[in-house]
Design a protein around this ligand. Structure first.
Ligand code: M6R
Length: 369
């Protein structure tokens, strides 16, 4: 039931403080302040040589974000690939690879086929799935559940942040098991993660600011999303969300790739959404904002550091929109900034009057190739 919400998607976006909390506490113990003993008992990341993450769509972007954490924190090499490519590519696998399928439904045909292929190669497999009775949940050697609850909207929202919650908790597990962090650091990272639901609740308060810019955004033909580091895959996810429900053409790019081609697209009709948490890459992203503005681009900057946004002049200054996000540790920035990205797509679609929960041509679960 939708309750007082207009769409299931809106309801599901607003459920995220609870759905991330449920997922995080299944992996992390708020009392002892570390990874739960049963999670540690189920896997030994010190024996894993590489993670091969396979997924489709939004689940692929969750895996792509998690890669940064597994590599940075745990020193564990990670490959992430869309299942429809991976399964037909005859990939060369090394011993010790742990294949991780990420899927809300646990039934996506390409992801399932990729998982089965990995098993046929003798690899150990794990599945991060939201439907705990699904085929992937049954067939993988290891089940890492997400606890988003049933997701009705075709556009994935709370399943995505639940996937991030589980995967980031597993990255902390891997870092601990591989001796990269001590117990105190494990506890600190667990506390940072357990603080995410509160920050997600705060991020939902950005709703009003976002509604105010969607009138403008809904008139665009093309929208560009930029991010760096963990927010690069989030930019891809933001573009996918906008495409899916508002039918506006959108592309995400790594901010550093802008000058290698996409900057040719910039003009006064192309809004550029910049996802820029205040982290060690902020200044670099800010300089991309200046490049866009200098070419007449209309920038929408989502950041917790509005005071650091470069001063622009003339028309660029007039068209710049800064949307303030809550302060957060860079480790959970992608989780927290998921919310404004979802709200931006949602309100733009509502403004256009599209069928938000059942967008044209899309199915909730893609069980055919
Ligand atoms: O059930 P899955 O997570 O395996 O589904 C994967 C994709 O089909 C799914 O994420 C799709 O991209 C959504 N429509 C995104 O909003």
């Amino acid at each position: 039931e939708k309750g007082s919400y207009r769409h299931f998607m809106e309801k599901e976006v607003h459920e995220q403080p609870e759905s991330t909390q449920r997922t995080l506490t299944a992996y992390l113990d708020p009392v002892t302040g570390g990874v739960r003993a049963d999670i540690k008992a189920g896997v030994d990341f010190s024996t894993v040589s590489r993670l091969q993450i396979i997924a489709c769509g939004t689940a692929y972007y969750a895996g792509s974000i998690a890669r940064y954490a597994f590599e940075k924190l745990a020193g564990l090499p990670v490959d992430v690939e869309v299942a429809s490519e991976f399964r037909y590519r005859s990939p060369a696998m090394m011993p010790g690879v742990l294949a991780v399928a990420v899927s809300q439904s646990g039934e996506t045909a390409d992801t399932l086929a990729a998982l089965r292929w990995c098993q046929s190669q003798g690899l150990k497999t794990a599945a991060v799935v939201n439907v705990h009775t699904s085929t992937m949940a049954r067939e993988a050697d290891l089940l890492w559940p997400t606890h988003a609850g049933p997701e009705i909207g075709v556009a994935s929202t709370k399943a995505f942040t639940a996937q991030l919650s589980a995967l980031l908790s597993l990255a902390v597990t891997a870092a601990a098991q591989r001796g990269r962090i001590n117990a105190a650091e494990e506890g600190r990272l667990a506390q940072v993660l357990l603080g995410a639901p509160g920050l997600i609740a705060e991020a939902l308060g950005m709703d009003g600011d976002i509604v105010r810019i969607t009138n403008d955004l809904s008139k665009a033909r093309d929208v560009i999303y930029l991010g760096r580091g963990e927010t690069y895959p989030l930019a891809l996810e933001g573009a996918l969300k906008l495409k899916e429900i508002s039918y506006i053409h959108a592309e995400g790019y790594a901010a550093g790739e802008l000058k290698h081609g996409p900057i040719a697209l910039i003009d006064e009709n192309t809004p550029v959404v910049v996802i820029a948490p205040d982290d060690e890459l902020f200044e670099k992203t800010a300089s991309n904002v200046q490049e866009v503005a200098a070419r007449g681009g209309r920038v929408i900057m989502i950041t917790n550091a509005p005071q650091k946004v470069p001063t622009l002049s003339g028309d660029a200054a007039k068209s710049l929109k800064v949307i303030q996000a809550p302060d957060c540790d860079p480790f959970i920035a992608a989780l927290v900034y998921s919310v404004p990205i979802q709200l931006l797509a949602y309100h733009t679609a509502v403004h256009k009057g599209t069928d938000v929960d059942q967008p044209r041509n899309l199915a909730k679960s893609v069980t055919v190739e």
